[in-house]
Design a protein around this ligand. Sequence first.
Ligand code: AMP
Length: 462
Amino acid sequence: MVVPLPKISSRMTFQDLDLSNPLRNAINDLGFETPTPIQEEAFPVVRSGKDIVGIAQTGTGKTFAYVLPILRDLKFSKQETPRVLILVPTRELVIQVVDEIEKLSKYITLRVLGVYGGVNLNRHKQAVVEGCDIIVATPGRLYDLAVSRVLKLKAIQKLVIDEVDVMLDLGFRFQLLNIFDLLPERRQNIMFSATMTEDVEALIDDFFIAPKKIAIAVSGTPLDNIEQTSYDVPNFYTKVNLLNHLLFDKSEYGKVLVFAPNKRNADRIFNIVDEEFPNQACVIHSNKTQNYRIRSIENFNKGKHRILIATDVIARGLDLKEITHVINFNTPHYPENYMHRIGRTGRADHLGKSILLATEKEKEAKKRIEELMNYEIPKLEIPEVVEISNELTEEERPKEDRDQSRNRTSQDFVPGPAFHEKKDKNKKVNLGGSYRREIAKKYKKPKTKGDKNFNRKHKKKK
Ligand code: AMP
C-alpha cells in the first residue's frame, strides 16, 4: 500500500540540519527538499547518543530518520567488524534499507552489508569476512552468523530495531534477547515502531533505560465523516454478547472490521462469532499462514465475508475497502492507535461508524483518547436483550485467583467473581431476544457465550 508522505514541516529545511557536505549532496541528488517531521525530530536525539523510540509508520521517511544522523557521525574506518547493527523483520526490508543507505552514502566511503535467511549461509559468511561498517539483518540470520563466530559484534555502538511491533508480532522476541546478550552493554538503542503495542512496551521496560519517545503528532481531530459511539461493558464475554447482538443486523453491519487487542483474543472472538454467524467472518494475525491471510483479505474485500477480526499490527498494512464499521473490541492504550483504527472507515465520501467497547479498567485509556480529540464519545446503553455475563477470562480474573486455578483440577474449578456489581436491570432473568430464542430452538442449545454455569446446569436437567 502506498502511504502518502505526511505534510512536510514548514519550519526546517535540510540546510538547517547540521549535515556534512557529502550527505547534503546525496540528498540534493535525491531531490528531497525538506526533512519530514520524524526526520526533523529524530536527528538531534539520535546524534545525542540517548536511547530513542520513534513511533512512525512506513511512508513517513522513518528510514532516513535514523540513517541520516547515524551516517552524519560515522567516521571512516578500515576495521572489519561492524559498528552499526540494523535489525528488521523481513528480507524485503533488509534490501530496502540497504538501498536507502547506499543512496545516502553516495559520496561517502562506507561499507554496508545486508543479510537474511533463505540465502546460503556460507555466502553471507564470506561477505562478513570482507568487513563492513553497517550490517542490516533479519534476526535469525544475524544470530546464526554470530554464533558461528564469523561475525563479531563486540564493536557495535548503535543498535537499530526497525518495525519493532512487526518483529515482536512475528515472534522474534526470543531471538532479539539472544542477540542483546551478544552485544556490548554500552551502546545506543534506537527503535522504530508504527504502533505502540503491549509487547513493544514490555520490551522497552525490560531492556532500555528511559528512552526518549518521539512521535509525529497524530491529528486528534475526529473526522467529520466518522460517527463515533461507545459502550461501557463489564467484561470480555459481555463484549462478545454485545458484538454478536450488533452483528445480527446484517443490513446495518455490512462490512465490519473488529480490532482485537492481541492474537489470542482475536482467535477467541473469531471462534465465537464464527459459531454465531457461520461463513460470514474471518480472522487475520501474524500466526496465520500467508495463504490464509491472503484468502481472508480477499474474502473480506470481495464481500464474501462481512466481518474481519484483526490485530492492530497486521491491520496497519492492509488495503481494506469500504468498511462500514470499525468495532474497537478493546480500548487502545495509546490514543494514536485509536485514531489509526477509526481512520479505516469513513473514507472518501462514505460515512463510517466507529464503536468503542470499554471496561472499567479501560476507562483511563478512553479518557486519553477523548482528551486527544477534545471530544467526548457519545455513550450508548447496552440493550436489554444483551446478556451480561459473569464469566471472566483468565486475564480478567484477579491474580490470586489465576494462580489458584492453575493448581485446581478442572472439576473443582469455579469462575471468579465478576468485577462489577450488576446493574439492577441486569439482575433479572434474561430471556434473550427473539432471534436468540429462534436460534436456540434451531440448534437446541444456548447460543450465547454468557453464563457457562447456567448453561451447564441447564444441560444436566435435560
Ligand atoms: P520510509 O518511511 O522510510 O519507508 O520512506 C518512504 C519514502 O519516502 C522513501 O521512498 C524515501 O526515499 C522517501 N523520503 C524519505 N525522506 C524524504 C524526504 N525528506 N523528502 C521526500 N521523500 C523522502
